[in-house]
Design a protein around this ligand. Structure first.
Ligand code: IFM
Length: 437
């Protein structure tokens, strides 16, 4: 059972989250190819060789999906706009794309749902990727254009807007670890992307404020990083990983500079004159989104980079093989407020688990437990004085889990990918009982 709603303040927001490429169906509605379409078309990049061309067919089934959010009793829906749908070539606007988001936002308001927009959740137009994408210093201006264009159409009706979802994934996972589009393993590309993604955020926030947009933030992901043993080498590996993953972005955003432990490897490859960009990156924010899923353990190695030294941990795991450790959420929320964000409002913008469907696709008791434990972990941080304003479950629907394809099932609602039938799971019903939907 989930904790009662009365454990949380009246104004605390409960929501469900998705992203465009993972659910919409990228081959429809006049969208251009994104670098996820081209990455997925390259054999070996996606575990089941699938892509997001149809995904959950949300482009056509969105009324049913919004009904599911409303009927569970959620207050809000966190969604993203697809860059390749709004600007198929990265520059020119596809009116059909903007019309879709216009209808979607009206659909939310008609159902009493508060729209929480994310401008970019990874579907960079392939045309911009071909010009260097996040490695290219022009990308901040292009991204600001996207944000201003979308804001002009739906900004009057969204409650809040985040520039980017998980810049670590956009930059490091995609350009150094090679696991996400564009699939590079190149320190120069990665270092440039690590900087340009932040510059794009700052440039967009400044442009949006000039248009009068309010309630602006960004969504970062955090993962507990711990040494697997007592050796100095393991400690160093965990610290380097923590610096790259958990400190790089938040420190720069809060005007605290890049962390030394990460600059050691990344610094030599940053674009020349990067120091002059740091003020623009540190634009004042109205809130910060926190995505939390797991922790990872590192043993020592001789190299600079900790990933080579990751070892499996002993805790129970999700379908992604991610350790389940709810107290990590309390730790991050309190650490963020203490070390970086002070009184800035925080939202848990993503938390959830992948769980394979059993014989009864609606029975996901383990997920109910997972959610209950993470809601309690959120409350524990609030009890310590952290200003947490909301919790969004990832994800409303089973969907396209990037390089993992359609195997992992994160949804509160099961999706049959042949028939597209939606079936609410026990976790959806648990939220409904908690929220009075
Ligand atoms: O599915 C992703 C989402 O797109 C971003 N955050 C993590 C989720 C689970 O991997």
């Amino acid at each position: 059972m989930l904790p009662p709603r009365t454990d949380f303040p009246d104004r605390f927001v409960f929501g469900a989250a998705t992203s465009a490429y993972q659910i919409e169906g990228s081959a429809q509605g006049g969208a251009g190819l994104s670098h996820w379409d081209t990455f997925a078309a390259t054999p070996g990049n996606i575990m089941d060789d699938s892509n997001g061309s149809r995904a959950c067919d949300h482009l056509n089934r969105w009324p049913e999906d919004l009904d599911l959010i409303r009927d569970a009793g959620f207050d809000a829906y966190r969604f993203s706009t697809s860059w390749a749908r709004v600007m198929p070539d990265g520059v020119n606007v596809n009116a059909e794309g903007l019309d879709f988001y216009d209808r979607l936002v009206d659909g939310m308001l008609d159902r009493g749902l508060r729209p929480f927009l994310t401008y970019h959740h990874w579907d960079l137009p392939a045309a911009l990727s071909a010009q260097g994408g996040w490695q290219n210093r022009d990308i901040p201006a292009r991204f600001a254009d996207l944000c201003v264009t979308v804001n002009a159409r739906i900004g009057d009706r969204v409650e809040s807007a985040a520039t980017l979802n998980e810049p670590w994934c956009i930059a490091w996972l995609s350009h150094f670890l090679g696991a996400h589009a564009p699939g590079l393993r190149d320190i120069r590309a990665a270092s440039r992307a690590m900087h340009h993604v932040l510059l794009a955020h700052g440039t967009a926030i400044r442009a949006l404020r000039a248009e009068g947009a309010t309630n602006l933030g960004i969504v970062l992901n955090f993962e507990t990083s711990q040494p697997a043993d007592n050796s100095p080498a393991a400690e160093r590996a965990a610290e380097t990983q923590d610096a790259i993953y958990n400190q790089w972005f938040i420190r720069a955003l809060m005007g605290q500079g890049y962390p030394e432990a990460a600059l050691e490897g990344i610094g030599p490859h940053l674009p020349q004159g990067w120091q002059q960009d740091m003020d623009l990156i540190a634009q004042p924010l109205d809130w910060l989104g926190v995505n939390y899923y797991t922790r990872r353990l590192y043993t020592g190695n001789d190299g600079l980079w900790p990933q080579a030294a990751e070892v499996p941990g002993p805790l129970p795991k999700t379908q992604m093989d991610w350790e389940i450790r709810p107290e990590g959420l309390t730790e991050f929320l309190t650490r963020l407020a203490r070390d970086h964000t002070g009184s800035l409002p925080l939202y848990v913008t993503e938390n959830g688990m992948a769980l394979a469907a059993g014989a009864d696709i609606a029975d996901d008791a383990r997920r109910v437990q997972f959610i209950a434990d993470h809601l309690r972990a959120t409350k524990a941080a609030m009890d310590r004085g952290v200003d947490v304003r909301g919790f969004f479950y990832w994800s409303l629907l089973d969907n396209y889990e990037w390089g993992w394809g359609y195997g992992p099932r994160f949804g509160l609602v099961h999706v049959d990918y042949d028939t597209m039938a939606r079936t609410p799971k026990a976790s959806w019903h648990a939220f409904r009982s908690m929220l009075g939907g």
